[in-house]
Each structure stands twice: as structure tokens, then as C-alpha cells.
Design a protein around this ligand. Structure first.
Ligand SMILES: [Zn+2]
Length: 260
């Protein structure tokens, strides 16, 4: 019998920052605590990770933490992450290892989404070509160059495609050049759209507010992606999952529970 689609939201850490990071021109002086999420998806054709959280070493080692995260102060505080929040720790609780992951789909290359790749050596990684090209310019302060070191081994993709039966990638550029969201047809719960950082907060979706950071300051592109995701949710009767919204996250199943 084929395995049914299911998704585990994985809390890989948290990060406190000025709300304007998530909501462009809104929330000056207001700080929020945001979950840093990855998602494990089981399909009939294997297991997929959508994003992988931070590089644990850069958070746990004081010298590395200062090097990488002090420059982001005071707007962004260093992330918090425990050993048990590394992806392999979550996999181990399910009796799995990195070798049981068939595909790591990286929605975008910011440190809180791609840093954890160092914990998943040998995994098949998918990234959009324009995302990687923009990340390699060095112009995006939320991309750490050393986290692109193995990019020559990644699969460079263009545009939208099905990664497995019932799992479809959705282009949602704006926050970054090649940002991708993920559409998952859950059998019981119905379709879900993992927005990624196209929509950090429910507020981004409801109020149609662009993320604070937009690649090349292209706010219009980010807003178009928010509207695209909303339109898709309407036509497919899908639920939109914002990516850094602590209140929304609290309504999701807590590991090891899943949504199917
Ligand atoms: Zn993020």
C-alpha cells in the first residue's frame, strides 16, 4: 500500500527580531519571537524536507555566533536553537537518518532555511537557479557564503514542478529572487500551501503586506506572490501556512504528531 501524504512541522529554533523584518514598513520598534520551521513530508515516492533551519554550530559556538549574528543586531537577535532541534535529532525520533531523506527542497537560501544542510550530507538538494545566482552575488546579508559551498552538488531547477505525487512547487519570488513555496495535497486535511517566507505572518496574507526584505527592493513582486498564493488557496480550497508566525505555529501539530 502506498504511504499516504503527511507532514510534520519541525521547530528547528526561534529568532527574535523587529517586526518590520516580516511586515514592510509596519512594526517599527516592536519585537517578535518567530519560530524557525522546517517541514518533513512523507509521500508515496519518498521523504521530502522543505527547508532545514539554521546551521547549529553558528548558533551554539559563541565565537561563530558573534561572527555571523552580531552584525545583525540590534534589529535581529541571534537565533536560539537546541541540539534536539537539529534535523537529524528529529529524524532519529522517527527511527530515520539523513539517508532516509530522498529530497531536500530549499525554498530560499537565507541562513534560517538553508544553514542546516550541513547536517544532511549526501542528500539530494533542489534549488532554483535564479535563487542561487542571487545568493552568490553576496548582496544579501541573510545568505552566508559558506552555506553555498556545496552548491555545485545541488540540482539546479527552473520554475514549478511536481516533486512527488501530491507535492507541487510554487514560484513565489519577491522576498528572494527564486523563492519557492510548496503545495501539498493532504488526504484528510485537504490541500496546504507552505508559504515559506513569501508570507512570514498571517498578517502578510490577510493585509497583503510584503516582507520587509525584498530582493532588489522589488516589493511589487513580493505582493504579486502573496496574491498568487491567496488565489491558489481560493481555487484549490487550500490552507495557507505562514512560516514565522508563532500564533499560527501553535495551532499546528506538535512533533511527533503530524498533519495528514
Ligand atoms: Zn525565514
Amino acid at each position: 500500500m502506498p504511504r499516504a501524504l503527511k507532514v510534520w512541522p519541525l521547530l528547528t529554533g526561534s529568532i527574535r527580531y523587529e517586526k518590520t523584518i516580516s511586515t514592510r514598513n509596519c512594526g517599527h520598534g516592536e519585537f517578535i519571537d518567530a519560530p524557525i520551521l522546517a517541514y518533513l513530508i512523507e509521500t508515496s515516492h519518498g521523504r521530502i524536507l522543505y527547508d532545514v533551519g539554521c546551521d547549529y554550530r553558528k548558533v551554539a559556538d559563541p565565537a561563530l555566533r558573534a561572527t555571523y549574528f552580531d552584525p545583525m543586531r540590534p534589529q535581529v537577535e541571534p537565533p536560539k536553537m537546541q541540539e534536539g532541534q537539529r534535523i537529524p535529532s528529529y529524524l532519529a525520533q522517527l527511527g530515520l537518518t539523513a539517508s532516509d531523506i530522498d529530497l531536500v527542497f530549499i525554498g530560499h537560501l537565507h541562513f534560517d532555511h538553508a544553514g542546516g544542510l550541513c547536517d544532511l550530507p549526501g542528500c539530494d538538494v533542489h534549488i532554483q537557479g535564479d535563487e542561487l545566482a542571487a545568493a552568490r552575488t553576496g548582496l544579501d546579508g541573510a545568505v552566508f557564503a559558506d552555506e553555498l559551498a556545496n552548491a555545485d552538488q545541488w540540482r539546479i531547477k527552473t520554475g514549478e514542478y511536481a516533486v512527488a505525487p501530491g507535492v507541487q512547487t510554487i514560484a513565489s519570488p519577491g522576498h528572494t529572487a527564486g523563492h519557492m513555496s510548496l503545495f501539498i495535497e493532504l488526504p484528510r486535511h485537504g490541500p496546504v500551501i507552505l508559504c515559506g517566507d513569501a508570507a512570514d505572518l498571517s498578517e502578510n496574507l490577510v493585509e497583503e503586506i510584503a516582507p520587509g526584505f525584498c530582493w532588489q527592493d522589488n516589493e511589487a513582486l513580493a505582493l504579486a506572490s502573496i496574491r498568487k498564493l491567496k488565489a491558489l488557496a481560493r481555487t484549490e480550497d487550500a490552507q495557507l501556512w505562514p512560516n514565522h508566525d508563532i500564533d499560527f505555529f501553535r495551532g499546528l501539530p506538535g512533533f511527533p504528531a503530524w498533519r495528514d
